[in-house]
Design a protein around this ligand. Structure first.
Ligand SMILES: [Zn+2]
Length: 181
């Protein structure tokens, strides 16, 4: 989907940066998730949580406030290319994310799902990622938001702080302020 694709100017810069990164085995330099997980500037890359096998990143081009992606570290796009333990951790983490967003964002409901394959709308079909989209009574409905009508009232920075604090309760104050590494 367009929301997740890089803009042309960003694309050149990111590919230049990617050429200097050491990616994980099997990683794709053209994949923003593969680039992000091997860097340390999680705040800049919008990674709010790193688990054992999967991580959580804010969607830079969200459908709706609070739109998160949960993805394995490994670059593989098919469900059957990931071990069952990856799916278990993904669902456990999704359960936790729902709890946090109900509590801290006062979400009333959620759209949760995955686009498998480019034909299904996957923006990065080579790297599996689950969409977690919180919903509120009276917000835009899902299909118009996919079509590009976005009503985003909360900045990504504010959302990052809320989610990072909730998911990393033992992080230092410096991390919370984004000054850590
Ligand atoms: Zn990837």
């Amino acid at each position: 989907m367009e929301y997740i694709k890089n803009r042309p100017v960003d694309r050149v810069r990111e590919l230049e940066e990617a050429s200097r990164l050491t990616l994980r085995p099997g990683g794709d330099p053209g994949c923003f998730m593969c680039r992000a997980v091997v860097q340390t500037n999680d705040r800049e890359n919008l990674i709010v949580y790193r688990g054992e096998r999967v991580f959580v990143v804010l969607n830079r081009y969200p459908y709706n406030n609070g739109h998160l992606l949960v993805a394995p570290y490994n670059h593989a796009g098919r469900l059957d290319e990931h071990e069952p333990v990856v799916h278990f951790e993904t669902m456990s983490l999704t359960t936790r994310l729902v709890q946090v967003m109900e509590r801290d964002l006062k979400a009333h409901g959620f759209n949760i799902g995955v686009n498998l394959g480019a034909v299904a709308g996957a923006g990065v079909p080579g790297h599996l990622h689950w969409h977690i989209v919180p919903r509120w009574n009276g917000d835009v409905n899902y299909m118009p938001s996919i079509a590009g009508t976005r009503i985003i009232s909360q900045s990504l920075e504010a959302l990052y702080d809320i989610m990072h604090r909730a998911l990393n309760p033992t992080a230092s104050a410096a991390d919370q302020l984004g000054t850590g590494t």
